[in-house]
Design a protein around this ligand. Structure first.
Ligand SMILES: [Zn+2]
Length: 295
């Protein structure tokens, strides 16, 4: 159990194809990951890298680099498919039936285990589209921790909890630990409250603003609960400059600005500054698995 007054940040990178996995490219995984690893190494910060089975299988050298540096490998589904309930509108996402969820997650687990040589015990659902069927499948597959709960959407606090087997959004008696993704409770309430979601504030608003928010929330949670944690999530493609538009044979996709603004060198600098500010304030970083063992 964490000691009284401790403040922790769990930082996770969702290792998927580029621009929110809306494209088939993996420049982020190939070119962004080395930048992330360099910054983490400089600050001696451990992190969890949640791979899709697909990206894991096609980038074994990246998986090895992550493991060599002592970070954790987790699961982000097989092909970034939707394994839960959407909390915002999307076009062209691949849905699976509740009855298919366990098989899909099992497949991704095996693919990742085969490449990495370690069985993943940490999970995050693509786009934070989670469900009770998903959490029950993860429990059965032996997962220790899930971080798919979009607290901004449910308007809930973001303290870790053991979910109920009837409703994953409520506390209950499952063994798996849920790490809600935090949000800015005072942020604007546009777009089904997505504008309050932690992601992608670091890149859009900058490290100084994001660090202040984190320190404020860590203090508030600690004062209320005696100990506190925040779960920060990012993506490797944010650390490589991403285009506003991509063209394929049959369609052109134009991305909203928040998906590509400040990607590349600006994002690398923001991560570096954020980690420096947190460490200077005495905040400690942990992997998802490490944190679940101690909470
Ligand atoms: Zn994702």
């Amino acid at each position: 159990m964490l000691a009284a007054g401790e403040r922790k940040i769990v930082i996770g990178f969702d290792m998927e194809t580029d621009i929110g996995s809306w494209t088939a490219g993996d420049r982020g995984v190939k070119e962004g990951t080395p930048q992330i690893l360099r910054v983490l190494r400089n600050h001696r910060v451990p992190a969890t890298f949640l791979f899709t089975g697909h990206v894991c299988r096609s980038n074994p050298a990246v998986v090895e680099a992550v493991l060599t540096q002592g970070h954790e490998i987790g699961n982000h589904t097989m092909y970034h498919e939707t394994v839960g309930t959407p909390v915002y509108d999307t076009i062209g996402t691949n849905f699976v039936l509740d009855t298919e969820v366990k098989g899909r997650l099992e497949l991704a687990t095996e693919v990742i285990e085969n490449v990495a040589g370690v069985r993943p015990v940490s999970f995050r659902a693509p786009r934070l589209f989670g469900s009770t069927a998903m959490i029950l499948a993860l429990e059965k597959l032996g997962y220790a921790v899930d971080s798919s709960f979009p607290a901004y959407f449910y308007g809930r606090d973001f303290l870790p909890y053991h979910p109920s087997r009837e409703d994953w959004s409520k506390p209950g008696d499952l063994r798996i630990l849920e790490l809600p993704v935090f949000y800015d409770p005072e942020g604007p309430t546009q777009e089904k409250n997505r504008s309050r979601d932690q992601w992608p504030m670091l890149r859009l608003k900058g490290a100084a603003w994001f660090s202040e928010l984190c320190l404020k929330l860590l203090r508030q949670v600690r004062d209320a609960a005696g100990r506190s944690m925040l779960c920060v999530y990012l993506h490797p493609w944010e650390f490589v400059e991403m285009p506003a538009t991509i063209r394929a044979d049959e369609a052109t996709i134009s991305f909203k600005a928040f998906l590509h603004r400040n990607t590349g060198a600006a994002a690398v600098r923001a991560l570096d500054e954020f980690l420096g500010r947190m460490k200077a304030d005495g905040v400690a970083f942990m992997t998802m698995k490490g944190f679940a063992a101690q909470w």
